[in-house]
Design a protein around this ligand. Structure first.
Ligand code: GLA
Length: 352
């Protein structure tokens, strides 16, 4: 039980990176590195009690430095896409780094996923937690304000990975932090996730254009392949001749959650009948991006595993993408001196 710290190589400028192993009373464990705050492994029992690692990742720091898939990482200062890589805040236009065509994706070229975070182990009501902190500088990737960001990871004895995000800025800014883990509940090396069953607690989504950017429309999921109100196999409708699926080559959309935003409420559930493992996601955030790993293409991962298209899925809790453009979307603006707070929980269990 508790947290162990081990070396995990050095960055190009010689800074030591650590890997933290968070083990709970049930013997399950999570591994996190302070480079990018990346979750590198989540080892959980299947229905027979056998431990298996359910997140995609790499064996070495060098591979995480090179990675373009955001495996396991904290995403900041803002998750997902900002159209034309610019936004207006109080009459001033801010230009962000362009790293996907003309657009800004997942915090830019040097987002929070490529930063070395300070790490400390701290006590919490559920035992020990790993607290990571990073100062995003005023002007970094074009964002205004020095932003002190924190993420606290706790792995409880009930197999819940709790992620508490906090941030404070000295100027008005925008913040939308998330985690970009790719799950395969059969085990990271198990191939396609199309047989996993998914439920999303949202009856509306934000349709995208051909650059995968929400147009501002809010649409009901009823009668569309976006309807995951009841557990449905990820692959059941992914091949449909549907404009939204064709834009993204599968699922890569934001669902609107009906939560109150104060305490974490259920956002999604995934059941893998092969292993019996279940993932439930709870969050205070207003939206969740379900991404079906459409861009994965023969990525050489941990323990020699080869990750092909759709061999992992992401459930990224977030403010809606491109929300600075659409004033009817919940606002990601953080006022100077105010505190940004959000919580997301990945709760794991098994079914018979
Ligand atoms: C997010 C995006 C996807 C893709 C992945 C990273 O989930 O929505 O379109 O960019 O990140 O490959």
């Amino acid at each position: 039980m508790g947290i162990e710290r081990m070396p995990f190589g050095k960055t190009a400028d010689g800074k030591e990176v650590s890997r933290f192993k968070l083990t709970n009373a049930a013997g399950a464990y999570v591994q996190i590195i302070n480079y990018g705050g990346i979750i590198t492994a989540i080892n959980l029992p299947d229905r027979e009690g056998r431990l298996g690692d359910v997140v995609l990742g790499y064996d070495s720091l060098e591979e995480y430095v090179q990675d373009r898939n955001y495996f396991g990482a904290i995403i900041g200062r803002t998750a997902n896409r900002t159209e034309n890589a610019c936004f207006e805040l109080e009459g001033v236009e801010y230009k962000l780094g362009k790293n996907e065509g003309n657009n800004h994706l997942h915090g830019g070229v040097a987002g929070f996923n490529k930063a070395l975070w300070d790490a400390e182990m701290v006590g919490s009501k559920d035992g020990e937690s790993l607290l990571l902190s990073y100062l995003g500088k005023d002007g970094e990737e074009g964002y205004p304000g020095n932003l002190q960001a924190r993420v606290r990871y706790t792995f409880t004895d009930k197999n819940e990975l709790v992620m508490e995000y906090g941030a404070i800025s000295d100027r008005d800014t925008v913040v939308n932090l998330t985690n970009h883990s790719y799950f395969n509940l059969s085990g990271h090396q198990s191939g396609s996730v199309l047989g996993h069953k998914l439920m999303i607690c949202g009856d509306r989504f934000t349709p995208i254009d051909s650059a995968l950017i929400p147009s501002g429309e809010i649409r009901s999921v009823a009668g569309t392949p976006m309807d995951f109100m009841e557990l449905t196999a990820i692959g059941a409708r992914i091949g449909w001749d549907d404009g939204q699926l064709l834009h993204a080559g599968g699922y890569d959309h934001n669902w609107i959650l009906g939560n109150g935003g104060k305490v974490p409420e259920k956002a999604a559930e995934v059941v893998d009948e092969t292993s019996g493992r279940v993932l439930e996601v709870f969050t205070t955030k207003p939206g969740i991006q379900f991404y079906s790993g459409n861009f994965l293409d023969s990525v050489l991962g941990k323990e020699g595993a080869l990750y092909g298209k759709r061999s992992g899925f992401c459930l990224e809790t977030q403010y809606f993408p491109n929300s600075m453009k659409h004033k009817h979307f919940p606002s990601p603006v953080l006022k100077a001196g105010e505190e940004y707070r959000s919580t997301t929980i990945y709760r794991f269990s098994v079914v018979a």
